[in-house]
Design a binder for this molecule. Sequence first.
Ligand code: FES
Ligand SMILES: [Fe+2]
Length: 455
Amino acid sequence: MLSHADNEILTRVGPGTPMGEVLRRYWTPALLGEEVPVPGGDPVRVRLLGEDLVAFRDTTGRVGLIQENCPHRGASLYFGRNEAGPDGTCGLRCPYHGWQFDADGACIDMPSEPATSTFKDRVRAKAYPVHESGGIVWTYMGPAETMTPFRDFGTETLPADKVVATKLHTTCNWIQTMEGNLDTAHISWLHAWSAAADIADDGTDKPGYPSNRMTWKYWMHDRAPRIEVENTWYGFRYGGLRTTPNGHTNVRITEYVAPYSTIIAAIPYNTRHLMVVPIDDHNCWRYNFDAQVQANPQGYGGAPLFDASPYDTAFTRRTGGITPRTHVAANDYLIDREVQRTETFTGVSDFVSQDMMVTESMGPIYDRSTEQLGQLDKAVIRMRRLLIGAAKALAADGTPPPALADEGRDFTTIRAADKTLEEGEDWRYLGTDDDPAVQEALQSLVAERHPVAGD
Ligand code: FES
Ligand SMILES: [Fe+2]
């Protein structure tokens, strides 16, 4: 339960709000690179943290992200012409009176004023710096003096043929989506289907790595996982511990990287980010991107996991672009009540749409002053405490929020593992550099990319 005041701090993201100021200290996904695919191509609208912007790739290939409304009299630059300007410059030209702005927001041409006028040198559009990495155009919207280096989750060295980035529009406050990502208990309910309990033991219900198929069985077998949370330098990680049918303990680890990223467990481990980016207070994007070459590309999100299920997999198999929505609030997420009675827990055929149904139906901003939290909500509580604490500290005395890029911080070491434990084995080393499965996977990835020369 949260006070109304803390709920406001947690959920509001516009300029000048405490959480909005926290989020503006991080490099943040603004759009997919493929939304502005070619130099001189069409501009796109970008709404981010409650601000209306327009993105364009200028005729030299550089991406600009500037205020949508023209600084002159406010026409939308979305309708502008992306073209070369005078003296080798280039940028977006407003369709109203022809003023032109480059990727830095400088007014480079003002043809509606006398040729002798120097007025254009004093006019600027608000522009944010951008950085392209991993198929995403990232931006920094905070004060220039507090800008920290780009946080490299591994995308900076990701081979071009391994870049995978998608985004999915969600019509609720970003915190509701984050809470779903930090709630391993719900997979035993929301995503359940009745036949999962009948999956035959394929011999992997023992200490070690289960098959993807068997993990579904575990989720159905133990529907009240124990949650153990550990604080880390980047936020926290938590284990969801379930008893397997053969009496072992399976752990699914979720990583939380402040402020808006989660990495969900996979076998043997996962490095794919699910990043929740607020569009405004009532909407967010779910970015899903590969930050490193996957240890097991067939793991979570891949075919075998979902092939074991009765769900549509078209969305989960996507390798790029804006994921279309077909199951929305207006059509009740295409819920099939007969299927719900007989086959699946929700009657909603698409896996991610099951999440949408529950998080969007809470309303655009859920009032947390009336909720009743249980043991299963430990990670949700930890995230809220961290975020509200960061917002209050930044507002009080300028304390920088956690997990910013800093000397010695390696964001590529954050990995979410899934394993069935040996008797007495502690889950906390899993997915770290000390995990033999990590060392083995990294060695084989290196060998794959840099084969030893020889005959
Ligand atoms: S409103 Fe854009 S140039 Fe006049
Ligand atoms: Fe879910």
